[in-house]
Design a protein around this ligand. Sequence first.
Ligand code: ADP
Length: 511
Amino acid sequence: MISNGGTYIMTVTVESYRISDTVSRFLSRPRQLLINGRWVDAASGKTFEVVNPATGETVGRVAEGEREDIERAVRAAREAFEDSPWTKMTPSERGRLLWRLADLLEQNLDEFAELETIDNGKPISVARFADVPLAVDLFRYMAGWATKIEGNTIPISVPYAPGAEFLSYTLREPVGVVGQIIPWNFPLLMAAWKLGPALATGCTVVLKPAEQTPLSALRLGELILEAGYPDGVVNIVTGFGETAGAALASHPDVDKVAFTGSTEVGKLIVKAAGESNLKKVTLELGGKSPNIVLKDADLDLAIPGAANAIFFNHGQCCCAGSRLYIHKQIFDDVIDGVAKYAQKIRVGHGLDPKTQMGPLVSHDQLTRVCEYLQSGLSEGAKAVAGGKRIGDTGYFVEPTVLVNTRHDMKVVQEEIFGPVVTAMPFEDPEEITPVANDTVYGLAAAVWTRDISKGHRLARRLKAGSVWVNCYNIFDAALPFGGYKQSGWGREMGHAALDLYTEVKAVTVQL
Ligand code: ADP
């Protein structure tokens, strides 16, 4: 399929592809919900279709869970949390289970990569080298923590009890039943980010995958049973946000809800939590991350770095480097380099091993990104690469670089969640920091410079949960990830995440 991108020609290879027998078998019948250790139909009997975004074709069906299914899943999670083999398990046993889950996932890496590609559209090479290994690592990292969730002993000096002696200490206890609502951009990895700390700390879970991408979580559910998790510890309810998701967020017997998704839905989650039982809430939300290229940057690093910052995962990353600020003396060189990079990206079916960028996840997402492109172009931005949809099969969009942008444009202010970067020149690095920070979001930022002191200084001034210097999109299970401002509450990964899955209990004994 060929499309004139205005300034260039791009080849899209939606070739015939073959789904493996293993994945075909998995897709051959409607997948059910995992409740209390058993696979069951939705109470209503309803199912919904799973679409391959590269072709728009239906590849399978999954159960459509709703309020009643959430009700059953929360009940199972509550029972497992209060009185089950899970509550009696030692930390070491919990750690070993997580490690076993990681091993099983690793043994099935190819199958998971394929499921992720069919469901989300991402290139199979990316799913193989990033999504699945990162999920495996996360489970292993959290397995190690299971035996290290410790309290403190605290010397106290109670003024109204002169002469009395006390021993005070804290316990860290699992927060309880956790509702986890995850998005479609990294379906398996987001499930791992959520399940890892919950299972390390001894919580029980009701997981709701995104309706666009339910497959890998359901396959992971099979591995969770195979690993030997007791019934009810992990329950998986596929379904839609407004029904299953909303029922979970507002459930009075859920102790915490952990959400990753849009800031708009994040606000609904907070409201639902407040109006039900004031459950704990953690949120990992949107972003509009600034990527700053200083005059002294090594352009051999910065140009591909800036391109990857936005085009990785088709721009469908909450931390995508979507606002590119370039020193004016090197602006033309950097833009020229990033535009050429964009034009060389092989866009196509994710199962084609040569594909570097797949389709957007859904027709809705395609419409949304195309509307943003229209808005930017009509407000005076110019596309030096890309600028429109590719073809009319699947949900492909050209990797796009917009120049002549202004700070007040919608494309500069709002999260597009597609392969679209806006670029602007600047003169004084001191002046660019307030511009970079002038956003409701604060998830990530990056600086490219040969002067490492400047890099450190800017890192301190940028209001973002992750700052990368001379790199971008570097993730590790040990590194906390989350947002300032409207990019979220709390952190995923690292030991920071564990704190958010535990309650602190202060115990004082008079001696
Ligand atoms: P996007 O707009 O990128 O699809 P969303 O924030 O809508 O992202 O979705 C992220 C997750 O939140 C998905 O699992 C979705 O089903 C869920 N969700 C959507 N709306 C609600 C809601 N009102 N309450 C709870 N969960 C929701």
